[in-house]
Design a protein around this ligand. Structure first.
Ligand code: GDP
Length: 366
């Protein structure tokens, strides 16, 4: 059978997965010319839609970016810094400057100091081999920091093209849609363009000087907590509004279950307080350390949710990470979920998180 391609972007049309490149509903294939859903929305509503790619396709895009001359804007979710990382980005983009933007700042409790978040992001980026020219925080949904981000993009691009990259779910589409509204106003001027050397389409937002801002499809990072849950369960662990910190006074040998997605054990030390920063709708259960394994065994998918009864079958095993916390005010960060602040140091704790999900410590952001 002949391969049908989208008249807008040239992507091969498929009707199986609405979240991947080239999707068009079955019914639309009967028409003489086929346009994919992403181009359709772009043409009619001036709005981009998130699409994702396989790792191989994404590697091709990244490699091509190295041959371009422009500014790379990398969007990460500040609640999922490691899960929204693209390994090897610095190597792939060659000598192009990278502007690192942390999204979803509206979810941080008021007590968090934005400068500390930026400092932490810089350190993490360096650890992962990335040397961004600047680090900014925004809320694509609420608009905080968006004007500064647009000014920074304009300044750092030095008259060249801009390429926006990021993993799925970090809010890249929301970010770009906001830029589209600001840049183009009412004009219907957005186009799609083929990326040299690939069959992949990029959204092309014209800038004043004839250059473009390109949106690249999002990459799926298989270590993102988001991929282990179904859509309704994901809603439970994803914060929707400003986090309300919850304080727990624990004795040693007590355990907190964060739904069924993670577990926190207080192993050794004197009675202490711990502040949990996770989605307000995630239920937290306290139990004795000695009962914790049995509780998980018997109640995952009903009392300890998410995961629910169905996704628990596919849910990765929890892996134990032990930390000897020396300093007061130390955060233990679980990528894609949030963090627990250890208020008093000199204790031993352990966090159990799904296999592949990053857990690490940092000085408190407060
Ligand atoms: P993409 O896959 O990176 O293109 O991500 P989307 O733009 O589709 O956003 C993923 C999810 O994050 C959606 O549920 C958005 O509503 C949410 N989101 C995006 N930006 C923000 C933000 O600044 N704050 C909050 N609270 N949520 C956001």
């Amino acid at each position: 059978m002949e391969q049908v391609v989208c008249i807008g972007c040239g992507a091969a049309i498929q009707s199986e997965n609405p979240n991947e490149v080239g999707y068009a509903p079955e019914a639309s294939l009967k028409k003489e010319t086929v346009i994919c859903q992403r181009c359709f929305r772009l043409k009619n509503y001036n709005e981009i839609q998130p699409v994702s790619l396989t790792d191989d396709d994404f590697l091709r895009i990244l490699t091509s970016l190295g041959n371009q001359n422009g500014l790379i804007v990398k969007i990460v979710d500040i609640f999922d810094f490691n899960g929204s990382w693209l390994p090897g980005l610095q190597r792939f983009v060659g000598s192009n400057p990278i502007l690192l933007i942390g999204n979803k700042v509206d979810l941080l409790p008021k007590s968090v100091k934005p400068n500390r978040v930026i400092h932490w992001m810089k350190q993490e980026a360096h650890k992962l081999g990335l040397k961004p020219i600047d680090v900014l925080l925004v809320s694509s949904v609420k608009g905080n920091g968006m004007e500064q981000a647009m000014d920074a993009i304009d300044r750092y691009r030095e008259g060249k093209d801009v390429y926006v990259v990021g993993c799925t779910n970090v809010g890249k589409s929301t970010f770009i849609n906001r830029i589209i509204k600001n840049v183009t106003g009412e004009n219907n001027v957005i186009t799609t363009s083929h990326f040299p050397g690939t069959t992949l389409d990029l959204i092309d937002i014209p800038l004043e000087d004839g250059k473009s801002l390109h949106d690249t499809p999002g990459i799926i990072n298989h270590h993102q907590m988001a991929h282990f849950l179904d859509a309704s369960e994901l809603k439970v662990i994803t914060p929707k509004s400003e986090l309300k910190p919850k304080v727990f006074q624990l004795n040693p040998e007590q355990t907190l279950y964060l739904g069924g997605v993670a577990r926190f054990d207080f192993i050794q030390g004197t009675r202490s307080s711990f502040t949990v920063h996770v989605s307000n709708s995630l239920m937290i259960h306290r139990t004795k350390l000695q009962n914790a394994d049995a509780l998980y065994e018997n109640h995952l998918g009903e009392m300890l949710v998410p995961p629910g009864p169905i996704s628990k079958e596919q849910f990765p095993e929890l892996v134990r990470h032990e930390f000897r916390v020396k300093e007061d005010k130390t955060d233990i960060v679980i990528s894609g979920l949030g963090w627990i602040t250890v208020n008093k140091g000199n204790i031993v704790v352990a966090v159990h998180a799904p296999k592949g999900v990053n857990v690490q410590i940092r000085p408190s952001l407060i």
